[in-house]
Design a protein around this ligand. Structure first.
Ligand SMILES: NC(=O)c1ccc[n+]([C@@H]2O[C@H](COP(=O)([O-])OP(=O)(O)OC[C@H]3O[C@@H](n4cnc5c(N)ncnc54)[C@H](OP(=O)(O)O)[C@@H]3O)[C@@H](O)[C@H]2O)c1
Length: 265
């Protein structure tokens, strides 16, 4: 299967390039960078070291996507929207790990997925997706527990709370028959009141080079359950993205997530 990598110059793009080196069944066919990036025209190995891939970094999205079976995209929402439109038009698969989409953009991806095959997941790690599954059960079995979600990431991250924290919140809210928008509390800075029962609170830390930590507290007056996940290395997301690409090889058009890829649904 031919894989193209969008955002090849980024932290995740490089992690995917590195992960592709060891795969017998997956071959790098393109490495996309932002228009005019200094790496354009050079072999993609310039981004990760090691032997040449024989594939130049390019800013020609149309051409790179036409030459792949699946695009793996960890960029920014505006870039991912443009790449998804091309993938849908050319009938290519896309594994989209970008976070920070506005609800309207996610809806547009859903519409485009009728023509293309997309896996969209705010977190590609197997452990996090298992945590989502466990949280769905815990939120139902402990209906009165207070739920709080704490996340920590590196200092460069631009969206907050993380896409994974929001997904954890959605899963917990849905398990209790609520909409996250109706129960989420993102900021307690100027509140002078006790916690409202049934709400789901979020707290965000940004520091150093933390790869990604998520911790969900389900607390009652008598006990506390914590579901925690710590990513030690970006490779975990890259490996999940490759697993999602393989999954797409046999799927009809549609919008999938990692629960589908891992058979957890
Ligand atoms: N789903 C998951 O498992 C997972 C895991 C980790 C991260 N993420 C998400 O993946 C995304 C990327 O994370 P990262 O840490 O790799 O970020 P990063 O290091 O900043 O890389 C972002 C990449 O996207 C490119 N880019 C940004 N805007 C673009 C545009 N308008 N057009 C074309 N390319 C553009 C950047 O190019 P320049 O360098 O030229 O700006 C860079 O190559 C974020 O949304 C992050 O939250 C998801």
């Amino acid at each position: 299967m031919r894989i193209a990598v969008a955002g090849a110059t980024g932290r995740m793009g490089r992690a995917v390039l590195a992960a592709l080196r060891d795969q017998a069944d997956l071959e790098l066919s393109g490495a996309l960078a932002r228009t005019g990036d200094a790496a354009c025209g050079q072999d993609a190995a310039v981004l990760v070291g090691g032997a040449p891939f024989g594939v130049p970094v390019s800013d020609g999205a149309e051409e790179v996507i036409a030459g792949c079976d699946v695009l793996i995209d960890f960029t920014r929402p505006e870039a991912s929207e443009a790449y998804a439109a091309i993938c849908a038009r050319l009938g290519k698969g896309a594994v989209i790990g970008t976070t920070g989409f506005a609800p309207a953009s996610l809806e547009q991806l859903r519409v485009r997925a009728r023509e293309g095959r997309f896996v969209v997941a705010a977190n590609m790690s197997v452990g996090v997706n298992l945590a989502l599954h466990l949280l769905e059960v815990a939120a139902r079995v402990l209906p009165d527990a207070d739920i709080e979600i704490l996340e920590a990431h590196h200092r460069h991250k631009v969206d907050a709370p993380s896409g994974t924290a929001l997904r954890l919140g959605e899963v917990a809210a849905t398990a209790r028959g609520r909409r996250l928008a109706d129960v989420a509390v993102y900021d307690r800075h100027d509140r002078r009141a006790p916690r409202v029962p049934g709400t789901i609170g979020f707290a965000t830390l940004r520091a150093g080079e933390i790869v990604g930590e998520h911790r969900v507290y389900l607390a009652s007056p008598t006990e506390r359950l914590e579901i925690a996940h710590i990513a030690d290395n970006r490779q975990v997301f890259a490996e999940g993205a490759l697993r999602a690409a393989r999954f797409l090889a046999t799927r009809p058009a549609g919008l999938y997530d990692m629960q589908d890829v891992l058979g957890l649904r």
